[in-house]
Design a protein around this ligand. Structure first.
Ligand code: ADP
Length: 302
């Protein structure tokens, strides 16, 4: 199975003609809620492609938490690793999107912010036999480090999405097998702008020096740059009519992990990631935009 250790959020999305300024009240056009959180998104992305997937995380004892649990289960994600934390609320993202696609986002970590070593112990019992551990940075960094260490010593490959953008401790690099920043995150990590293939190659070399063997830089609608110990290659993006790129990166990581778990080459896995990312960009919302196996296979064949 694939194991995800990370955040679970309810996204509260308001569509407005333009973003309000401070102190202003405006009329919006539409409102919807959708399952989100980078951890949950990556778990759903993997499970929808038909592979056994588990999530280890926390929810609050509230209606959003119960709804999110049902969403995960409906997508085929095993949730016995999810703890209901009585002390806080479920994670929430309050999102405003205007007609031009610009957005404002407030994330309240809630239960996600309380993941600690006890959650890593729950994770540890699931690691034997796992194909990969997927993590992101919407939970405390110290907990990510403990989990990476646990997976590393259990011989389970760690795929880290360093998102949202922030610096990561030096010790973490050597416990990660694959790191998958987008352009912004790569820039944050290396301290120079990563805005294309050439800069991505430079950034990858820098990150490899810090101890991670494989670097995959997600370059939005341009595609993906990949560097391993043996080679570097570029996979162009699939051409699609993008309406909302929310969770494109999560779709990418989920599909990447599924392909690798099924024994495909890294190059093939990156193509799978790019296909899932492109498909998710054609639909609104985080989890609602993640493709199922049938849609995915049809798209890959075209
Ligand atoms: P993130 O969602 O983390 O910011 P990206 O926007 O780079 O990451 O998207 C991840 C991957 O999804 C890209 O590398 C690309 O392969 C695919 N993708 C994203 N947006 C588009 C798009 N507009 N058209 C085609 N593919 C896309």
């Amino acid at each position: 199975p694939i194991i995800v250790f990370g955040s679970i959020n309810m996204d509260l999305v308001a569509k407005t003609p333009r973003l309000p300024v401070a102190g202003e009240t405006i009329k919006g056009d539409e409102f919807f809620t959708a399952g989100g959180g980078k951890g949950a998104n990556q778990a759903v992305a993997a499970a929808r492609l038909g592979i056994s997937t588990q999530i280890v995380g926390r929810l609050g004892n509230d209606d959003f938490g119960r709804q999110l649990l049902r969403h995960l289960q409906a997508a085929g994600v095993q949730t016995d690793g999810v703890l209901v934390d009585e002390a806080t609320s479920s994670g929430v993202a309050v999102i405003t999107v205007d007609d031009a696609g610009e957005n404002n986002i407030i994330i309240i970590a809630g239960a996600n912010g309380r993941l600690n070593e006890t959650d890593v112990e729950r994770l540890r019992s699931k690691l034997p036999g796992a194909a990969a551990l997927l993590m992101q940075l919407e939970i405390p960094m110290t907990t990510v480090q403990l989990a990476a260490q646990a997976a590393h010593s259990a011989g389970v490959p760690v795929i880290l999405d360093p998102a949202p953008a922030q610096d990561i401790p030096d010790e973490l690099y050597s416990r990660i097998d694959i790191i998958t920043p987008n352009q912004l995150e790569a820039s944050q990590l290396v301290g120079f702008p990563v805005d294309g293939e050439e800069a991505a190659a430079k950034a990858s070399a820098e990150l490899q020096q810090r101890g991670v063997s494989t670097v995959i830089v997600k370059l939005g609608d341009r595609g993906v740059f990949c560097a391993t110990a043996e080679e570097t290659f570029f996979v162009p993006a699939f051409s699609v009519q993008a309406v909302d790129t929310v969770a494109a990166g999560d779709a990418f990581n989920g599909a990447l992990a599924v392909a690798l778990a099924q024994g495909r080459s890294l190059r093939e896995a990156v193509v799978w990631g790019a296909a899932a990312g492109a498909l998710s960009a054609t639909k609104a919302g985080a989890q609602p935009s993640l493709p199922d196996r049938k849609t995915f296979e049809t798209f890959l064949k075209e």
